[in-house]
Ligand binder design. Structure first.
Ligand code: SAJ
Length: 418
């Protein structure tokens, strides 16, 4: 039976390891966080993803998936570690480097190493390959090496893991073919072979394309506010054109991909990535814009932000996930606190955050001056605004940065692009 060692059991590693384990592979997950190891050993995960708990449980129960801190010898190594950015907006490859160092002593002739983490173009060959070759074995001669970027959408992760096409970038043709054989055991989409640097660039282009389109929607929203047009109506009508698909404006971009990955392109060619860096700044400034809507509404209501109570509805980086990484709520909360407001957070899904999360909506809303919707959780679409209003102070304010609320009678209201 083919032995696979997955390095990093996070949002990508755990689902990938579990799917491989339920497709006949003997999988060992390597994880630095002891709490994750303990959880997975019991078949449990904190990641709120449809179907994930079930498949983790099945993988562990069938003994196809084990979990431990130390790497082991295997036929295939799959690296699924984070690649954040540092203060200079450059890729922090320390986790990839560490993963390579952990694998190097374990590597044997004929093994395959797959890097799934998102990285700047060139990383597989110029950073990972030399670390692996410290083993004394030569890539392309003694072992196979590819970059196969993950492309799954949080919220629909397991479906996309199976159904999406995959891009396999080998350091040579044989490496690509070897990796293809692994992925085609569970992927129902097409598998395309290319070289490693192209695969790295393709992944970054995908998330940059998304960032550009979100920034465009955000810019349209701010222009619409200035000229007195409802951007939602305008977007709906523009999208009736067969080749136009404008996205939704919002409080900004969060998560571990869209606010980060496009900077990996800028890092490689800063003087010719002007569009991309501008787009990133537009998205980064959206929380500031939300705060300006709050100020505007307080002024219309004749209330002072200083000393007020503001309820933040949602800190997840997007709707219906429990992940608050890089959430636009963080800069919004900071600015409101700087203005003297007491901020209270309500989020039905997120459990881990740097600030206290209130889980009882009525308790959270009691005595609030303003509600600020930051996340498009489904729960907020059907919010009982009449009850909220009864529990709030006089002249209640509602800021809807995700355009969830169609009517807000009785509130001093501001919505992005409205
Ligand atoms: N957002 C908007 N308006 C929109 C769509 C999204 O403001 O119309 C915001 C969301 O609220 C969120 C951020 O953008 O804060 C990112 O959300 P997302 O759903 O666009 O993307 P992610 O970060 O959850 O997942 C992306 C996906 N990439 C693409 O769709 C090109 C996913 O397929 C990738 O696998 C993932 O990044 C990744 O891991 O790279």
């Amino acid at each position: 039976m083919t032995k696979i060692c997955v390095i990093g059991l996070g949002y990508i590693g755990l689902p990938t390891a579990s799917v491989l384990a339920t497709h006949g592979f003997d999988v060992t997950g390597i994880e630095v966080n002891q709490a994750v190891i303990d959880g997975v050993r019991k078949g449990k995960t904190d990641i709120n993803e449809p179907g994930l708990s079930l498949i983790v449980k099945a993988a562990v129960k069938s003994r196809g998936l084990r979990c431990q801190a130390e790497a082991i010898e295997a036929d295939v190594f799959i690296i699924c570690v984070p690649t954040p950015i540092n203060q200079n907006k450059a890729a922090d490859l320390s986790y990839v480097i560490r993963a390579g160092e952990v694998i190097a002593p374990m590597i044997r002739k004929g093994n395959l190493v797959i890097l799934e983490s998102t990285v700047p173009p060139g990383t597989t060959k110029t950073v990972l390959q030399p670390i692996l070759e410290a083993s004394g074995l030569i890539a392309g001669q003694d072992f196979y090496l590819v970059h196969c970027p993950e492309r799954v959408l949080p919220g629909n992760l397991l479906n996309e893991l199976i159904q999406n096409d995959r891009i396999v970038g080998g350091i040579d043709e044989a490496s690509g073919q070897m990796a293809k054989r692994i992925y085609e055991t569970f992927v129902e989409g097409n598998i395309y072979l290319t070289d490693a640097a192209t695969a790295e660039f393709v992944k970054l282009m995908e998330n940059t394309y998304r960032a550009v389109n979100i920034a465009l929607a955000n810019e349209f929203a701010m222009i619409a506010e200035r000229i007195g047009i409802n951007v939602l109506d305008a977007i709906e009508l523009a999208n009736k054109h067969p080749r136009v698909k404008i996205l939704r404006p919002g409080a900004g971009v969060g998560g571990h991909c869209i606010p980060i990955d496009p900077w990996f392109i800028v890092e490689k060619a800063p003087e010719i990535s002007k569009l991309i860096s501008t787009v990133m700044r537009i998205n980064e400034k959206m929380p500031e814009h939300v705060v300006s809507l709050v100020k505007d509404a307080f002024s219309e209501a004749g209330k002072d932000i200083n000393g007020s109570k503001i309820l933040i509805l949602g800190i997840a980086y997007k709707g219906d996930v429990n992940d608050a990484r890089e959430t636009p709520a963080t800069p919004i909360i900071k600015s409101l606190k700087d203005l003297g407001a007491e901020t209270v957070i309500y989020d039905p899904l997120v459990t881990h955050f740097s600030m206290k999360i209130e889980k009882d909506f009525k308790k959270a809303v009691a005595g609030a001056d303003a509600l600020v919707i930051v996340t498009d959780h489904s729960e907020f679409k059907n919010m009982d605004l009449a009850t909220a209003m009864r529990l709030m102070k006089e002249k209640p304010i509602l800021i809807d940065s995700r355009n969830l609320v169609a009517k807000a009678d009785g509130f001093v209201f501001r919505g992005i692009g409205r």
